[in-house]
Design a protein around this ligand. Structure first.
Ligand code: AMP
Length: 492
């Protein structure tokens, strides 16, 4: 089968050929004809399956008869609205639409929160047929009357499960009320909870269900392994070890918290790895810069939270590492979807300690797949006299071992990444929730993010850093990465 078999307009086929797509992916083969027919769709697709082109190409095709080269904004009303949960995903979809519609006069733009509204307002005033948006910022534009959605005839809710998880349901409902009543609705979700089904029922009309993979099935070209380490501290050394031992050119390391992401990136930098973090505490500018650095290969290890990583489209990523096993097993599926894309093989390496056994069991239950667990024994750091003490690296517990930390971390992370929001919401499962208790905070977590060239902090009597406590005047132990064969920062 080829793209020409769908009967897509010639300018679309030209763009697709130029991009290098040779044949439709399974979701495209199923979705494109149905969307071209004008039917509503409920799509269940794994990440990295080519879902974006699955809806974008037929949408562009449907809008082609309305495309015009007029300079008048009135001739370019918003006709297709694509809602996405995160800035990165919205940006990614927008880049794809622009590429697919390159040879048509159709205009598209993207609006998301966290950046200046003015350039977005100007683009909207000039008129666009295709608008990609995160819900909060879209409503901001509606509130400022720079946007009229009454002629939207195609609505896409992408990653609907994540939108509900982030508390966007009330916004979505408000947005739907602003659209033309006669319209085509497409909803895509990786998971199908009761909540998602209810939402689907409320706004999809006689939808065609399109499913390309068994629910929660994982791509079989991904080699999944779990490494058990003794303590949380050992996980940091394990990341460096896996990256070096397996000669991973590029890897995304997932943490469950934003603070954990910053901290890990900083520590990996000190261990001589080219690492950076992406999460909701960083400015939009910083996030996009970090992403560009990763895509261009300047950043080798990208440490990311789940929410920040959504929508990252990095083809042929050789590996992902789960520094923390995710609290929700669905997130495991999303994370793993980052590797093994577009047919390439990938590695999904997870780190666990004994207390992650429950999360592992949940993942195995959801994916119906038993994961091989192997013990990863790493050398403990030596003291100045060369002894290997029973220390925090091998036997200790860091503050996160205290009960309640998991919930607090999760709530904090999800909550902060909802930075597209304009006002507090009460409906978001991610923010409130029984597990979002207040937990003791390691003061290091409160420090601002430090770039790679910062000198390592000087240990004090109060904060001896990772490793055994040091007596005043005693030398700090050597870095674990050095023991594992890595280079210290600045080494030739
Ligand atoms: P998506 O699931 O939409 O994020 O797409 C994942 C990746 O697959 C993106 O890099 C797309 O550019 C790429 N892709 C989409 N469709 C095709 C295709 N038919 N052939 C090859 N690559 C594709």
């Amino acid at each position: 089968m080829t793209f020409a078999d769908f009967g897509l307009a010639e300018p679309i086929l030209r763009a697709v050929t130029e991009i290098g797509y040779r044949e439709p992916t399974p979701i495209q083969a199923k979705a494109i004809p149905v969307v071209m027919e004008g039917r509503d769709v409920m799509g269940a697709a794994q990440t990295g399956t080519g879902k974006t082109a699955g809806f974008a190409l037929p949408i562009i095709h449907s809008l082609m008869p309305l495309a015009n080269a007029s300079a008048s904004p009135a001739r370019h009303p918003v006709r297709a609205l694509i809602l996405a949960p995160t800035r990165e995903l919205a940006d990614q979809i927008s880049v794809n639409f622009a590429a697919y519609a390159k040879y048509t006069p159709l205009r598209s733009t993207v609006v998301f929160g966290g950046v200046d509204m003015n350039p977005q307002t100007q683009a909207l005033r000039r008129g666009v047929e295709i608008l990609i948006a995160t819900p909060g910022r879209l409503l901001d534009h509606v509130g400022q009357r720079t946007l009229n959605l009454s002629q939207v005839q195609i609505l896409v809710l992408d990653e609907a499960d994540r939108m509900l998880d982030m508390g966007f349901l009330p916004d979505i409902q408000r947005i739907i009320n602003l659209l033309a009543t006669q319209r085509q609705n497409l909803m895509f979700s990786a998971t199908f909870s009761e909540e998602i089904r209810r939402l689907a029922k409320s706004f999809l009309h006689d939808p065609q269900l399109i499913e390309v993979a068994r629910r929660y099935a994982l791509a079989d070209n991904v080699d999944q392994r779990v490494f058990r380490v003794a303590t949380d501290e050992m996980k940091r050394a394990a990341v460096g070890h896996l990256v070096r031992e397996r000669a991973l050119d590029q890897v995304i390391v997932f943490t469950n918290t934003k603070l954990g992401a910053s901290r890990l990136a900083r520590q990996l930098q000190r261990d001589g790895l080219n690492a950076d973090a992406i999460h909701g505490d960083k400015s939009q500018q910083d996030r996009l810069q970090t992403l560009d650095g990763f895509k261009e290969g300047r950043v080798k290890v990208l440490v990311a939270t789940d929410v920040a990583a959504r929508g990252l489209d990095i083809v042929e990523l050789p590996a992902v590492i789960n520094f923390d096993l995710p609290h929700s097993p669905e997130d495991y599926v999303h994370r793993i979807g980052r590797t093994g894309r577009a047919g390439a093989s990938g590695q999904a390496l997870s780190l666990m300690t004994e207390r992650d056994a429950r999360s592992l069991a949940d993942i195995e239950k959801l994916t119906k797949n038993k994961l091989p667990v192997e013990d990863l024994v790493l050398a403990a750091p030596a003291t100045a006299d060369g002894a290997r003490p029973r220390d925090r690296q091998t036997t200790g517990h860091r503050p996160a071992d205290r009960p309640g930390d998991r919930g607090a971390d999760r709530g904090a992370d999800r909550g902060f990444d909802r930075d597209d929001r304009r006002e507090p919401r009460s409906g978001g499962r991610g923010v409130r929730g029984p597990r979002a208790q207040k937990a003791p905070v390691d003061p290091l977590f409160l420090e601002p993010y430090q770039p790679a060239d910062d000198p390592p902090p000087v240990p004090t009597a109060d904060d001896p850093g990772i490793g055994p406590s040091l007596a005043r005047g005693q030398q700090r132990p050597r870095k674990v990465a050095v023991l594992l064969g890595g280079k210290p920062p600045g080494a030739a």
